[in-house]
Design a protein around this ligand. Structure first.
Ligand code: NAD
Length: 296
């Protein structure tokens, strides 16, 4: 039997995940500041609400997929936020917000007797459409278990513990690796092409050798070699994730030599290409410097 959920933030990821909840037989009350993204959901029978508070007066469990930690805090705890609703019992954050914000939001919501679950996602828009994303869950175990059908509709469920923020820390560690591999792959590919190697053949060799990673296996073949740059995740969001990772590592006293360089690369990308550029376009920063193009 399907349940009724609230869903706030129907962007690149939210649209895919909310669609999967409908596909699995659940019903939704939806909200986004961009009314256009709500139309396909209303056409499929979802109810559109006028504010996060209205969503929280319509559903006991609300999932959010929002761009930045500040937006998540405002939607959860701000004026007309989720905490002002009269029905909500559980808040599930699918966004990448960092563990400090997760702890702050969990405390703020606890004052309103609302349980908070961290549940950041990884695997990209294509993974969210296919339901193959990793779902990194932390929070009260009984609530997480009770929501298992919803998590299973979204992707592959991992329960990481009841400490608030653990799911966020897991996600940031993953994204630091994703950001580092992508940036390093750009430098290696530009070097090879500049020396006269064929870009597609380089990718084939690396994928049969020890340098293979998600950038060489998926992202370069799909979005860089054909020059489509359409993975659906912005350079601004990647930069946010690396900065959140740096905050987390600094708070824990962990060295950051490699991650500091990675953060600078993404800062360069945002400065040169703009925060709304697809993250795969960062290759252009390296190409421009070396005066070659990685295509094929
Ligand atoms: P997006 O910008 O495409 O979507 C965000 C949505 O939130 C938009 O529809 C926007 O209108 C809405 N929104 C913004 N402010 C709002 C507010 N105050 N109230 C209600 N709605 C508001 O972003 P995305 O790529 O879908 O990413 C969402 C989250 O998921 C981010 O935290 C991101 O880091 C994370 N994430 C993204 C990907 C990806 O591949 N795109 C993968 C994993 C995780």
């Amino acid at each position: 039997m399907g349940e009724h959920f609230g869903f706030i933030g129907l962007g690149n990821m939210g649209t895919a995940m909310a669609s999967r909840l409908l596909d699995a037989g659940h019903t939704l009350t939806v909200y986004d500041i961009n009314e256009n993204v709500l139309k396909p959901f209303v056409a499929r029978g979802a109810r559109a609400a006028a504010s996060p508070a209205a969503v929280a007066s319509a559903a006991e469990t609300i999932l959010v997929s929002l761009p930045t930690p500040d937006v998540v805090r405002a939607v959860a705890l701000g004026q007309n936020g989720i905490a002002s609703g009269n029905r909500v019992k559980t808040f599930v954050d699918l966004s990448t917000t960092g563990s400090r914000m997760a702890v702050e939001i969990a405390k703020g919501l606890a004052d309103h007797e609302i349980a908070a679950i961290d549940s950041p996602i990884s695997g990209g828009v294509a993974g969210a459409i296919a339901g193959t994303v990793a779902v990194m869950v932390s929070g009260p175990k009984d609530r997480c278990d009770a929501l298992r059908p919803a998590f299973d509709a979204i992707g592959k469920y991992f329960y990481l513990g009841d400490k608030p923020g653990l799911g966020q820390t897991m996600k940031l560690c993953n994204n630091l690796l994703s950001a580092a591999c992508f940036a390093a792959t750009c430098e290696a590919m530009v070097t090879g092409v500049k020396a006269g190697l064929d870009a597609r053949q380089m990718i084939e060799v690396i994928n049969a050798a020890s340098g293979k990673n998600d950038a060489t296996e998926r992202k370069f073949p799909r979005a860089v070699l054909p020059r489509t740059f359409n993975m659906g995740f912005t350079a601004g969001l990647m930069h946010k994730d690396v900065k959140l990772y740096m905050d987390e590592a600094a708070a824990l006293g962990v060295p950051n030599y490699v991650s500091a360089s990675v953060a600078q690369m993404w800062q360069l990308a945002v400065t040169q290409l703009g925060a709304d550029a697809d993250f795969t376009e960062i290759v252009k920063c390296v190409e421009q410097w070396a005066d070659v193009e990685v295509k094929g």
